[in-house]
Design a protein around this ligand. Structure first.
Ligand code: ZN
Length: 669
């Protein structure tokens, strides 16, 4: 059932998205069609960068739990050596292993809560002993010693008993409001702090706040175990995760040879940072990285800090991307014509800009994500270090490949249930993806960048509009997309295929989303999230102010929403857009509060319950794990990359055993 395939990458180029479903979790395949258009040199660069991403992947398992790496080895060895394991136990172990990989451990990646296996301790122990007879655990797994005898296996299992089977033992990765006597760091399973409490940390100055684990030693002293490989000359000794960081650096050295000079410089700084762990080297990397806009781009490091209840320690994470040419080109063309769209905007001329400083946004397809980087991230603005983006700005990534995969995996099923009729279903089928991409491009480029503020708020509207600012700004950007999708300039620039139908598909979606998004708010009767508020505001304002534009109706006891007249809806879009621009430009807090409170916050809980029930019947996944592309390189006599092929594995077990094989040869097929 889990037989290894002869090649690392299967020949599987079909456009399958939803690869596998384990309970609430779906594995979805990320596609990077732009990879084919890269030069051989760029493909070689991408290959070595993805190897570096795989190299750091184990680190997050240890960061999230002290037992993570042992559990990972145990499950992977069993999955790679399953012959003769009790058929009553094996499917349950396989299911658990898949969820374990999807979440980088036995806590749910999103809720941070522990999940338990469906098999018993005895079943797991027997399976491990059979796997051992089949050849498992013979070699060291990274820093973990081999398990040579059955007694070694039994001891290993015993040491993992509480972590795997006791729900009360380390119940959360990050416990922000712990119950009982433990504080936030004691109650968290993550390993950023070991054997200590928040009180111990008072007055302790970390030298490596982002990339160390703080440990209390037997004599009561605090020390920092720095995440670093050490320098080759031995002046900086290796630290925590040296095995993985050293391996990553080997691949970065190879990648550097294929990179253009500016990117090669950035890679050089990252290699140095992984050797020394010094913050100055991290900033040097970020500074070079943010100014480089290579077609094959990447990030790799200890980046987001939200796993740490103190907000200091960075999660190990990485991605490698290829620029999504069609959408990036569209965004460039829109940026060049920003002045035109500003003149056509439906607001007071005194709020119109005459010169533009537009955001740099790159639309990208993901080749690989690893560590603590989730497929549900569809936009990211990096780096996080203030001192870098104040001086050099930031890179704004739009993960269009992930966005498409998430939509394809769930969107079609939901549309069939919620669309007003067959015309809307067909339109979404044919033009939905194009409308979604265009909406994103318009939103980012001519949406957020548009409009001039009055003298009073010239330093920014945020301090005036406070908690309503984000809702206003996201709404304004959405409305700029909805307003301009009908503009003939888009046709002239070649950015739209069938203007009438694409525009209608965009409007259908804007009207419908106010209904379908209610599924994300299972409790209460108010909306808190800013994007959800903005979408609700648009649909409800337009329906109220322009009768006959958007209509809600009931069929067979079910509620539907339909755009009755697209031009009337556009009229409402223009009215709201003009008003939101005025509010932003004048910093009119009372006006935005009145608008959002009336149209964007409240909903009928009975309608929400109906929406929830209809979604429940569709049995859509709640959680998502990304399946990466699989790159295979062939090499010449001197180790140079001759050719790189991209395939889609469509098999989570094979993917994660391939990754594990980098440190444990027994996992290779
Ligand atoms: Zn936005």
């Amino acid at each position: 059932m889990y037989a290894a395939t002869p090649a690392l990458c299967q020949e599987e180029k079909a456009g399958k998205i939803l690869v596998e479903r384990v309970g609430d979790t779906a594995f979805i395949q990320l596609h990077a069609p732009s990879f084919q258009a890269l030069t051989p040199r760029q493909q070689a660069l991408a290959y070595w960068l993805t190897q570096a991403s795989i190299a750091i992947d184990p680190i997050i398992y240890d960061q999230l739990s002290a037992y993570g790496l042992q559990e990972k080895r145990l499950l992977e060895e069993i999955m790679a050596h399953p012959q003769g394991i009790d058929p009553a136990a094996m499917p349950k172990i396989a299911e658990f292993a898949k969820l374990f990989w999807a979440n980088r451990g036995n806590h749910n990646d999103l809720t941070s809560q522990k999940f338990l296996p469906a098999f018993t301790f005895d079943q797991l122990e027997k399976a491990a002993l059979v796997a051992q007879k089949n050849g498992a655990f013979r070699t060291a797994y990274s820093d973990l010693p081999p398990l040579k005898t059955p007694a070694d296996v039994t001891r290993e299992l015993e040491s993992l008993r509480a972590s795997l089977f006791d729900p009360a033992f380390e119940p959360m990765i990050t416990a922000k409001s712990p119950v009982g006597r433990k504080d936030t760091i004691q109650a968290s399973s993550n390993t950023f702090y070991k054997n200590l409490s928040l009180t111990d940390l008072k007055g302790f100055q970390e030298k490596y706040p982002l990339n160390s684990s703080v440990v209390k030693t037997a004599d009561g002293k605090l020390t920092e175990l720095v995440y670093r490989a050490g320098t080759p000359d031995g002046k900086v000794p290796p630290g925590l995760y040296a095995t993985f960081l050293k391996q990553a650096n080997e691949y970065f050295e190879k990648a550097r040879a294929y990179a253009e000079p500016a990117q090669a410089e950035a890679i050089g700084h990252l290699i140095r940072y992984y050797q020394t762990g010094e913050y100055a080297d991290w900033v040097a990397f970020g500074t070079a990285w943010v100014q480089n806009d290579a077609t094959v781009d990447f990030d790799n490091g200890f980046i987001e800090v939200y796993r740490d209840a103190r907000g200091a320690k960075g999660s190990s994470q990485s991605f490698v991307t290829v620029t999504d040419k069609p959408i990036t080109t569209a965004m460039k063309k829109l940026a060049e014509n920003a002045g035109y769209f500003e003149q056509k905007a439906p607001w007071d001329p005194k709020y119109k800009l005459t010169s533009f400083k537009l955001p740099v946004v790159k639309a990208v397809e993901t080749v690989i994500e690893s560590g603590d980087f989730s497929v549900t991230t569809i936009g990211d603005n990096l780096p996080n270090e203030n001192e870098i983006h104040e001086k050099y700005g930031s890179k704004n990534f739009l993960f269009t490949g992930s966005d498409r995969a998430l939509n394809d995996a769930t969107g079609k099923t939901a549309i069939a249930e919620f669309a007003a009729g067959p015309a809307e279903i067909e339109r979404n089928e044919t033009y939905g993806t194009e409308a979604g991409s265009l909406m994103t491009a318009l939103h980012e480029v001519i949406g957020h960048g548009s409009g001039k503020l009055s003298e009073r708020v010239s330093r920014g509207a945020q301090p005036f509009l406070k908690e309503y600012f984000s809702t206003l700004e996201e709404g304004r950007a959405d409305l700029m997309a909805l307003w301009n999708v009908w503009d003939p300039k888009l046709k002239e620039l070649g950015l739209i295929s069938n203007q009438e139908e694409v525009a209608k598909a965009m409007y259908d979606n804007a009207a419908l989303v106010a209904l379908t998004q209610l599924r994300r708010i299972p409790h209460g009767d108010t909306i808190e999230e800013d994007h959800e508020r903005d979408r609700q505001l648009i649909a409800h304002y337009v329906a109220d102010k322009v009768p006959g534009s958007i209509e809600q109706f009931t069929r067979d006891g079910r509620t539907y929403v339909r755009v009755a007249d697209y031009q009337k809806m556009r009229q409402g879009v223009g009215m709201l857009l003009a008003e939101l621009m005025r509010i932003k430009a004048e910093g009119d807090y009372d006006a935005i509060k009145a608008l959002v409170d009336k149209y964007g916050v409240h909903f009928d809980p009975a309608l929400r319950d109906q929406v929830l029930a209809r979604y429940k019947k569709l049995n859509l996944p709640t959680y998502f794990a990304g399946m990466n592309a699989c790159l295979t390189a062939s090499f010449g006599k001197n180790g140079e990359v001759e050719k790189v092929e991209i395939d889609y594995l469509l098999d989570p077990v094979r993917q994660y055993l391939n990754y594990g094989a980098m440190y444990d040869k027994a996992l290779a097929p």
